[in-house]
Design a protein. Structure first.
Length: 132
């Protein structure tokens, strides 16, 4: 069974790493400046991306607040209309109570007058029936 398993032969001569070329001070400085420029560019892009994401999030919150504000304002307007309607109905109730009191007084006076006329009628009817 081990006949089918082949192991890779070890490399005969590993290639030595390419020797680095000595670089001059100007080339190293250019590489450092390029590295710094890349880092600043990436940082700027990340900051810009963060700003745009934050701005979009803030805009959504502002839109929600505007919707809530307009809904609150319409609720306040509706509340003011209902309060005005309540005041008008309270005024109407007071007027109707006054009318009811006046009507009850008039009814009372009419009942008293009716009782007077009834008593007078009964008195007159008794006198007529008592005389031949």
């Amino acid at each position: 069974m081990t006949d089918f398993i082949h192991e890779a032969p070890p490399p005969e001569n590993p290639k030595p790493a390419a020797p680095e070329k000595p670089t001059s001070e100007k080339e190293r400085q250019k590489r450092v400046y390029a590295y710094i420029a890349v880092l600043f560019t990436v940082a700027f892009i990340l900051i810009l991306w963060s700003f745009l994401a934050n701005h979009r999030s803030n805009q959504q919150v502002i839109d929600q607040l505007k919707g809530s504000t307009s809904m609150m304002q319409s609720t306040l307007e509706q509340n003011a209309k209902l309060e005005a309607e309540v005041k008008a109905l309270e005024t109407q109730v007071v007027e109707l109570e006054q009318t009811l009191a006046e009507t009850e007084d008039a009814l009372s006076a009419a009942q008293e007058e009716t009782e007077k006329y009834r008593a007078l009628y009964e008195e007159l009817a008794g006198e007529e029936s008592g005389t031949p």
